[in-house]
Design a protein around this ligand. Structure first.
Ligand code: F0G
Length: 482
């Protein structure tokens, strides 16, 4: 296949001059290298556009319906797609698979307690299982749950319980062009006013770290402290959605002057200590393929949560997982705090965002932690929101490059109200990067292909919904090109 020649900074991940001081893996070099060696590999499928076109048509132009074997670069999600380390695999082999009281649970519990400071640890099979337990136990019809931005499964679980998920991210967090270093912050005045008016119907308040829906943007320690103080003032329990806590903590270290000399572990520990509890999809920053947990500081809710857990997930010492999954999480929660790993991790998304910007693809600024979010509204101004510009780009990225990405815009969040379509606030396309899976040459190859796409973007057309499911539309909806 012919590829346009573009200038990519070099054959390695290079940092532009420090708007933030990324700590370098090798002190004298500007290059951040993958801080691992590869011990086990799997083949990559490479197909032509002509081969991909009928597959996309058959999938109803929804990439969730594609077979993964037909995808070259799977950037659908960073969730559960991590390459585990030799130490994680080794730990899995020594797991104790006892139904009750397993040694592996004790190890997992020790690690979670040491990290979060919370005593009561409930394993769950993934993040949304934790969300469902919390919502089923605590959210009643008419209640409201504030956060910076709720992730879609969080919102769906709150709504399924009859509640309302309220987003209170700062104004900069809704502006894809703003360079604010902590666009995942909560609007403090807005939260104070919201709690003053609603505290009787707030079962708990939240904060998502990093703020996935808003672009993988971090919240500052200063803001998290202030949010915690407001929840305390209004006597509302504070629960952190901690999926990407380590990436958030590393952003704090890089961007918050007063935190530069602390370790990521210390920062993360303080963040957890500010809340009454947390839940986590371990499929992100615990570096595993499946798993999750809830950790709480006091036992008030534990009985009802454990009762629901036993009913639908499993006994409290395995919670829907195999003990080997608990072992892998225990090791992953330690590994993820390695600052060489985190500096490489954030360099990947930064490199891809800067590469996109250089060839004329606008992305949410600044680069988030786990993903690049292309601003499809600005990139494809000729496609109006009700024709799903993000979904159109997602389909083209697949046809042209074999990339599987995810629309986070009107296909995901647009609503039909009183016969008309209310679009989402932003039309984003997320390229989420699996942890420790793809290498530098993959990313350079993709940037070459994207440069070709830029040249013919005017030929892209909008999409029409052909099936609209009642919940979580993006997973099962189908489309057709206009
Ligand atoms: N909260 C956040 C912030 C998430 O990003 C996710 C999952 C969840 C909760 C739910 O966790 O998948 O383990 O049930 N996000 C994935 C993503 C799916 O692609 O961003 P889960």
């Amino acid at each position: 296949m012919h590829r346009a020649t573009i200038v990519v900074a070099s054959n390695s991940i290079v940092l532009t001059p420090p708007t933030e001081q990324l700590k370098l893996v090798m002190d004298q070099h500007r290059t951040i290298i993958e801080p691992f060696k590869i011990k086990s590999v799997e083949p990559l499928t490479i197909m032509s556009r002509a081969e991909r076109a009928p597959l996309l048509h058959k999938a109803g132009y929804n990439l969730f319906a594609l077979s993964a074997e037909h995808v070259t670069f799977d950037f659908l999600t960073d969730s559960g797609t991590t390459a585990m380390s030799a130490n994680q695999w080794a730990a899995m082999m020594v797991a104790d698979e006892s139904y009750a009281g397993s040694r592996s649970f004790a190890k997992f519990e020790r690690v979670v307690r040491a990290l979060t400071g919370h005593q009561f640890v409930i394993p769950t099979h993934q993040g949304r299982a934790a969300e469902r337990l919390l919502c089923e136990a605590l959210v009643k019809p008419g209640m409201k749950v504030p956060s910076n931005n709720h992730f879609d499964t969080t919102r769906a679980n709150i709504e399924f319980a009859g509640g309302e998920a309220v987003d209170l991210v700062i104004a900069e967090g809704r502006d894809p062009t703003s360079q604010h270093p902590f666009k995942g912050n909560i609007d403090l005045a807005g939260l104070d006013a919201f709690l003053a008016a609603n505290r009787e119907v707030v079962p708990f308040g939240m904060m998502t770290l990093t703020n996935n829906t808003g672009g993988g943007q971090p919240a500052s320690l200063e803001n998290i402290r202030a949010v915690a103080a407001l929840y305390k003032k209004h006597r509302v329990a504070f629960i952190i959605d901690a999926c990407r806590f380590a990436e958030n903590a590393y952003f704090i270290k890089l961007r918050e002057d007063s935190q530069r000399d602390r370790s990521v572990r210390e920062i993360a520990q303080e963040v957890f200590s500010l809340a009454d509890g947390c839940y986590m999809s371990a499929k992100k920053d615990a570096l595993v393929n499946i798993g999750g947990f809830i950790a709480l500081h006091n036992k008030e809710w534990i009985e009802s949560l454990r009762a629901l857990l036993i009913l639908t997930e499993g006994f409290p010492t395995y919670g829907g997982l195999a003990a080997r999954d608990l072992e892998a999480m225990a090791v992953g929660l330690e590994e993820v705090l390695d600052e060489q790993y985190l500096s490489y991790r954030l360099a990947v998304s930064r490199y891809m965002a800067e590469g996109c910007n250089r060839i004329g693809i606008p992305t949410v600024q600044p680069a988030g932690g786990h993903a690049v979010y292309i601003d499809a509204k600005r990139f494809l101004p000729h496609i109006p929101p009700h024709e799903f510009p993000g979904q159109s780009l997602v389909c083209e990225l697949y046809l042209a490059e074999g990339i599987r990405s995810c629309e986070i815009g009107s296909a995901m969040f647009g609503k039909f109200a009183a016969g008309s379509f209310v679009p989402a606030q932003m039309e984003l396309v997320r390229l989420a990067f699996p942890r420790r899976v793809y290498t530098q040459s993959h990313f350079d190859y993709i940037l070459e292909g994207l440069a070709e796409l830029v040249a013919r973007k005017g030929s892209l057309r909008g999409m029409r919904l052909t099936y609209d499911p009642p919940l979580l539309r993006h997973f099962t909806a189908t489309f057709e090109p206009l």
